[in-house]
Design a protein around this ligand. Structure first.
Ligand code: ASP
Length: 318
């Protein structure tokens, strides 16, 4: 068997042991494990990185614990508007969708845009119309409703405050994403989100913007981000990690360290990312209190974590 690697995330933010119960922690870890196993199962059978990241993200979108698909946060108008993107590192093809309201799995729509349209990025009603033509599954508003997200939004709905769902002090967090290297040496990245609680309607974050929240290139790495999107957009985070590797010869770890722990911190941008390089190394850096994350390779056991580690988070190829 040739080498493969996959990493996933379920969002970054103020996630501390004090904000968690043992029961909830187990639920998060089980959900991360499910998604990781879905992706790793595809890769171990020789499937593509693209398929693995899409399917892993579908599992996370279907889990209301995370802020993507079912369980997405509320906009200022009390609705759900979801963003997603997927990118193939081999061809540099990409598909992205912003502000969709009733698509059960926005990542499937992003993948369909990449595969079956002449476009890269669609939004709103046009994207939904395309989804209908592709026979993608729609869901009623109630499907996306989640009581805790609603309460969280109710506390800020009459203000101009908008926030990461992870910093709101309730126990449910997370944009989701996946990156992978398959046995053919191809890379892919996928990210999906409901955005930020009480965001302006029609606000778009970094997640669906190729190069900001999502990027993949076989020559360098695949990256999926999570955090305060406005900063990730301004810092062009995912592409910056790739550029530091391509133009400066940085290792994956050096590039991630520079962007997440230095550049983003100086800008004031809270969050983190997951990344895999063409050798199958995995990095999962974040500058927030915690990040729901997991990774596995054909050479190492699954690693599932939530809080900060004492050792740097890069698993080198064995
Ligand atoms: N980056 C996402 C956004 O700004 C939020 C998140 O990662 O939770 O829309």
């Amino acid at each position: 068997m040739s080498d493969f690697s996959i990493a996933i995330h379920g969002g970054a933010g103020t996630i501390t042991p004090a904000s968690m119960t043992p029961d909830l922690e187990q639920k998060y870890k089980a959900a991360l494990r499910n998604a990781l196993e879905k992706g790793a199962g595809i890769l171990s059978k020789g499937g593509t990185a693209l398929d693995a990241v899409e399917q892993a993200v579908v599992v996370l979108e279907d889990t209301p614990l995370f802020n993507a698909g079912k369980g997405s946060v509320f906009t200022k108008h009390g609705q759900h508007e979801m963003d997603a993107a997927i990118m193939c590192g081999k061809t540099l093809q990409a598909g992205a969708v912003a502000g969709v309201q009733s698509i059960r799995n926005p990542i499937r729509l992003a993948a369909a845009i990449m595969q079956y349209s002449d476009h890269v990025f669609m939004s709103g009603h046009g994207a939904e119309e395309f989804a209908r033509k592709q026979n993608l599954e729609f869901a009623p508003e109630e499907y996306f409703f989640d009581m805790l997200r609603y309460k969280q939004w109710s506390e800020v709905r009459d203000s101009d405050i908008f926030m990461l769902d992870h910093t709101a002090g309730d126990e449910k967090f997370g944009t989701v994403g996946a990156v992978a290297m398959d046995q053919h040496g191809n890379l892919a990245a996928a990210t999906s989100t409901g955005g930020m609680t009480n965001k302006n309607y029609n606000r778009i974050g970094d997640t669906p913007v190729i190069g900001a929240g999502t990027y993949a290139n076989n020559h360098t790495c695949a990256v999926s981000c999570t955090g305060h999107g406005e900063y990730f957009l301004r810092a062009v985070v995912a592409y910056d990690v790739s550029c530091l590797m391509e133009y400066k010869g940085y290792s994956l770890q050096e590039a991630c360290q520079t962007v997440v722990m230095d550049k983003l911190v100086r800008l004031g941008g809270e969050g983190g990312l997951i990344a895999v390089d063409r050798a199958g190394n995995v990095a999962m850096p974040f500058n927030s209190e915690g990040m729901y994350r997991a990774c596995v390779t054909n050479r190492s056991d699954a690693r599932i974590a939530i809080y900060k580690d004492k050792v740097p988070e890069v698993s080198q190829k064995l």
